[in-house]
Design a protein around this ligand. Sequence first.
Ligand code: DQA
Length: 139
Amino acid sequence: MKIMIINGPNLNLLGKRQPDVYGHTSFEDYFASLQMKYKEVQLAYFQSNIEGEIIDKIQEVGFSYDGIILNAAAYTHTSVGIGDAVKAITTPVVEVHISNTFAREDFRHVSYISPGARGVILGFGLSSYDLAIRSFIVE
Ligand code: DQA
């Protein structure tokens, strides 16, 4: 099984960025632990701060991979383009967020990703990604 994890803007700063909200672990370290845990899954990881690069990656893998785990970060709440890309592909997308966006500011309660997603996992810290992988395994 091939799963691509796509992270959006500022998630390259995980571990340093607002640790009270996002924790102390870098995504690179967490990703390595996921690879150890799910040896049977071919996990790939891409991060970009640029909206168009995220759309390009969704298009690139979105007709061949078995799953995409997408944390579009702030673009979740603004990007019609990423939302359209999710709807345009055949690979199922699970939307994830580290924080519980519904417990935060009102502008984080809107998602342009959710209408095209298979499901949404949020609020479990970095474990949200782990739960998303499991959702593909148990499907
Ligand atoms: C986030 C939540 C977004 O509202 C925020 O802009 C992020 C991270 C999360 O994973 O909790 O950058 O997607």
